[in-house]
Design a protein around this ligand. Structure first.
Ligand code: C2E
Ligand code: MG
Ligand code: MG
Ligand code: MG
Length: 287
């Protein structure tokens, strides 16, 4: 087991290796059981709006609280779920949970926007928009409250189908964001055909920008590109005061990262939001 910066022990579950040891089926079974038995949880990471200095949204990030293996981060089961097709059930669970939580926040006067990660494979599923519509109705949520994060890979795999799904989600009223922007292989021509509202600069560029001039240039260029295309832009992986200041000076719209707050369970997020509002009022941009 290794430790994360928040101090949780993480068991190195190498599903890919285990899967090769002929128990792929049983691992898929474990994941399905995890959904049924409510072992998955969502944590929410705040996003800071630099113009207002307020927290206007959060990103929902899935975790697996395994009864035997302990806490498992998404990087250790989402790729496996994508390979086996089980990601469909996970996405459905995540969407249902996030819709319900967001509806509850709106009902209690917290107008937070919630970002949800979709996997490349989700965009190849022609029933996804319909299922989302049913879930929204079931939870009394409005599509305008959500940003759906997709990656460039989703568009590269099967552009025609991905663009069709994304367009339907957009027509339903969801806003769309390109996650990990700059790491995929989508062309600007493809990007132009997508009804996206936001680009999300990959955290690796943001984390290294203070000591790597090339990363700084990439970050600055993506911010300008987004603005020139009429899109808003968010930087993830903001870990230091310096990165925050640089991004503020470059005109980035939103920031997300440990410098602001780590992903938290809903109840802790609410406490953090209350404390932050009391501490900073409207001057959160000064750190
Ligand atoms: P992502 O969507 O790009 O999410 C950002 C990741 O960066 C999260 O890791 C977050 O905890 C982490 N992070 C936030 N601030 C910082 C920072 O300042 N520094 C650094 N180094 N990292 C930071 P997490 O939660 O482990 O998620 C990893 C990836 O797993 C996500 O990357 C996303 O691709 C995937 N994922 C998470 N939840 C879901 C989900 O519900 N569905 C799908 N399909 N994928 C998910
Ligand atoms: Mg994301
Ligand atoms: Mg991602
Ligand atoms: Mg990312």
């Amino acid at each position: 087991a290794k430790r994360t910066r928040t101090g949780c022990a993480i068991y190195d579950v190498n599903f890919e290796a285990e899967a090769e040891n002929h128990n792929r089926l049983s691992l898929t079974g474990e994941l399905r059981q995890a959904i049924e038995e409510n072992q998955l949880v969502l944590h929410y990471q705040p996003r800071l709006d630099l113009a207002s200095g307020a927290i206007t949204g959060v990103e929902a990030l899935v975790r697996w609280q395994h009864p035997v293996r302990g806490f498992i981060p998404p990087d250790q089961f989402v790729p496996f779920a994508e390979q086996t097709g089980c990601i469909r059930e996970i996405t459905q669970w995540v969407a249902a949970r996030a819709f319900a939580q967001c509806a509850q926040w709106h009902a209690s006067g917290r107008a937070l926007q919630v970002s949800i990660n979709l996997s490349a494979r989700d965009l190849l599923d022609p029933e996804l928009p319909q299922r989302c519509a049913a879930l929204l109705a079931g939870h009394g949520a409005s599509p305008q409250w959500f940003l759906l994060e997709i990656t460039e890979r989703a568009i590269v795999d099967d552009p025609a189908r991905a663009i069709e799904t994304v367009t339907r989600l957009h027509e339903m009223g969801f806003r769309l964001s390109i996650d990990d922007f700059g790491t995929g292989y989508s062309s600007l021509a493809q990007l132009k055909r997508l009804p996206v509202a936001e680009l999300k600069i990959d955290k690796n560029f943001v984390m290294d920008m203070a000591r790597d001039a090339d990363d700084m240039t990439i970050v600055r260029s993506v911010i300008d590109l987004a603005h020139n295309m009429g899109l808003s832009v968010v930087a993830e992986g903001v870990e230091t005061d310096e990165a925050r200041r640089l991004l503020y000076d470059m005109g980035c719209d939103h920031l997300q990262g440990y410098q602001i707050c780590s992903p938290l369970p809903a109840a802790q997020l609410e406490q953090w939001l209350a404390r932050t509002a009391a501490l900073h009022g409207t001057t959160a941009k000064e750190a």
